[in-house]
Ligand binder design. Structure first.
Ligand SMILES: Nc1ncnc2c1ncn2[C@@H]1O[C@H](COP(=O)(O)OP(=O)(O)OP(=O)(O)O)[C@@H](O)[C@H]1O
Length: 214
């Protein structure tokens, strides 16, 4: 089983305040890692650290067994990251957003975009500017990338936010399908997921004493 990303003895602080330490886990082919923890426990900080946006940490981060900082190009060319804010530009249409978001990877056709938007329940919204869509619909536009890009590793920060029940079921099924096909997923969510290949990492267990949830 390919270990794509590994976190070894990771310690992260923000403003000299320890968020967590001694954190170890791997994001491997065929697995879904669900990152949980109370608000402020450091889930987004951990993702930002993996993305190279927070250089101050202790411990080792590896990509396919090699130091992540030396393998950034390979990491980013294999990664689909959908952040908490989902990177949707409100002045662009759903189609234009998806063309823009997928451009670094490959040229997608209008037909592919139409199909992906239909899969996330946005048939008929192809040419609608995102400022006239709801929060959940905006998130669905971002999630359409999960049907357009063939990248093995997904990092999804709170992907279920603002999504209705039907959308939640569909997203969960898509995540499970990706893992079943050999993909690897790191997802932060408080949503309870029923996925066989799921492994939970609870950051509260790695927080300093006295800062556990409760
Ligand atoms: N921009 C920032 N500058 C300085 N400190 C920050 C900043 N953003 C967050 N923090 C601190 O880092 C800690 C971890 O925040 P982070 O956003 O990583 O937590 P989280 O687990 O993702 O939280 P949530 O569940 O609320 O999204 C917070 O307790 C906060 O004190």
């Amino acid at each position: 089983m390919t270990d794509y990303l590994s976190v070894d003895q990771l310690l992260i602080e923000r403003d000299d305040r320890l968020l967590f330490k001694n954190l170890n886990f791997s994001v491997s082919a065929g697995k879904v890692v669900q990152l949980v923890g109370r608000n402020g426990s450091g889930k987004t900080s951990l993702i930002r650290t993996l993305l190279g946006l927070m250089p101050d940490f202790e411990g080792q981060l590896t990509w396919k067994g090699k130091p992540l900082h030396q393998e950034r190009d390979d990491f980013f060319s294999n990664l689909l990251y959908i952040g908490h804010k989902a990177s949707i530009k409100s002045a662009l249409t759903a189609t234009e957003n998806l063309e823009w978001l997928t451009a670094p990877y490959r040229k997608v056709t209008q037909e592919e975009i139409d199909e992906a938007l239909a899969k996330v329940g946005l048939k008929g919204y192809e040419d609608v500017e995102c400022h006239s869509m709801s929060a959940g619909q905006n998130r669905r536009v971002a999630l359409a990338q999960l049907y357009l890009l063939d990248l093995p590793v997904w990092i999804l920060d709170e992907p279920f936010t603002a999504i209705d029940l039907a959308g939640v079921d569909q997203l969960e099924a898509r995540i499970a399908e990706h893992a079943a096909q050999g993909g690897a997923v790191l997802v932060t969510t408080h949503h309870v997921m029923n996925i066989d290949s799921l492994m939970k990492v609870n950051l509260d267990e790695f927080a300093p004493r006295g800062r556990h949830a409760g």
